[in-house]
Ligand binder design. Structure first.
Ligand code: TXA
Ligand code: MG
Length: 302
């Protein structure tokens, strides 16, 4: 694939929006670092982010929106969250809040969690892309897994060249480090999850009460026991199949790993909600996105 690097202007944004609405990830400048943006309502598009980055595991991704109103359509904001948003958005602050039940965000974006990281970016390029696509955009840093975050278009090209169709060059990023992340969950103290450009009062955001019930889980795991590499269902097992092993549900009958990643968390939730006591999952090849799928399944099985 040829990777085009185009300057930020109306024409580039129109082309980038076309690609994103067609399910492709596009790299774009933000005020923190360059992000690799995909339509957060399209599970396969988000799975492609993982494929492109070669990320060996699923992490919840930050969803970018154009303003507070758009954020409140996706997450539940308590008074603390509203105050922080009003003070710092648009800007390099990500708020982790409970996800609303009626949202169309794909479950792979939050890696199955019931919370979601939301940010209103300040950079004109990312803002223009949000406006032009009309979609919430999931975007991790636009670098291959294991390398450092890109602050210039040429960093992105070096890391992901040949793997993405387009980089929107908005010049060097102003901040140069990733956004501050704060969890603002109603009934819990504010918690600083990642330090960044916005200093957050450490007292309000310390890790105290870490054993308190309802503490923020960083990874989703099904509540039921899970068995991996299952060729067939045992008694009372909900089988998530892959390829020719049909199962009760199938990650991808055609063995497409992008499709399998896109469906993984939905099917785990469905298995968890089923009448069966246990979950089994068929073997998934350990190549490409399969490595991330297997990493998540191994953790759930442990
Ligand atoms: O500045 C930034 O935040 C950049 C630009 C592109 O916006 N994005 C970025 O994304 O740094 P990423 O994927 O590299 O980092 C996202 C971090 C992860 O460490 C993840 O654990 C945390 O955000 N995160 C996202 N949603 C979360 C959630 N629901 N609960 C806990 N942590 C969450
Ligand atoms: Mg990163």
């Amino acid at each position: 694939m040829e990777t085009r690097v185009l300057p930020f202007n109306d024409e580039t944004i129109a082309e980038a929006a076309r690609l994103i609405l067609a399910g492709q990830p596009v790299a774009v400048a933000t005020e923190t670092v360059y992000g690799l943006a995909a339509d957060a309502t399209n599970a396969a598009a988000v799975a492609r982010i993982y494929e492109v980055k070669g990320r060996p595991s699923f992490n919840p991704l930050i969803v970018h929106v154009s303003d507070i109103a758009a954020a409140e359509e996706i997450g539940g904001f308590d008074d603390d969250a509203r105050a922080l948003a009003a003070e710092h958005w648009p800007g390099p602050l990500t708020l982790v809040v409970p996800i609303r039940e009626d949202t169309r965000i794909a479950s792979i974006v939050t890696a199955g969690l019931q919370t979601i990281g939301l940010r209103v970016p300040a950079h004109a390029a990312m803002q223009a892309l949000l406006r032009e696509t009309g979609r919430p955009l999931a975007a991790p840093s636009a670098n291959a897994s294991g390398s450092i975050s890109p602050t210039r278009a040429e960093h992105v090209l070096k890391s992901l060249g040949g793997r993405i169709p387009l980089i929107i060059d908005g010049g060097p990023t102003e901040r140069g480090i990733e956004s501050t992340i704060v969890a603002a969950i109603d009934g819990e103290p504010l918690r600083l999850l990642r330090s960044g450009p916005i200093p957050i009062d450490a007292e309000r955001a310390s890790g105290e009460r870490i054993e308190a019930p309802g503490q923020l889980a960083s990874h989703y795991a099904p509540a039921k026991p899970l068995r991996i590499n299952a060729e067939a269902a045992d008694d009372n097992e909900f089988l998530i199949g892959f390829g020719p092993i049909a199962g009760d549900e199938n990650l991808s009958p055609g063995r497409d790993l992008v499709e399998a990643a896109a469906r993984l968390f939905d099917l785990l939730h469905r298995a968890d909600a089923s009448s069966k006591a246990r979950i089994a999952v068929s073997p998934v090849p350990d190549e490409g996105l399969g490595a991330a799928i297997n990493d998540r399944l191994r953790r759930a099985a442990a």
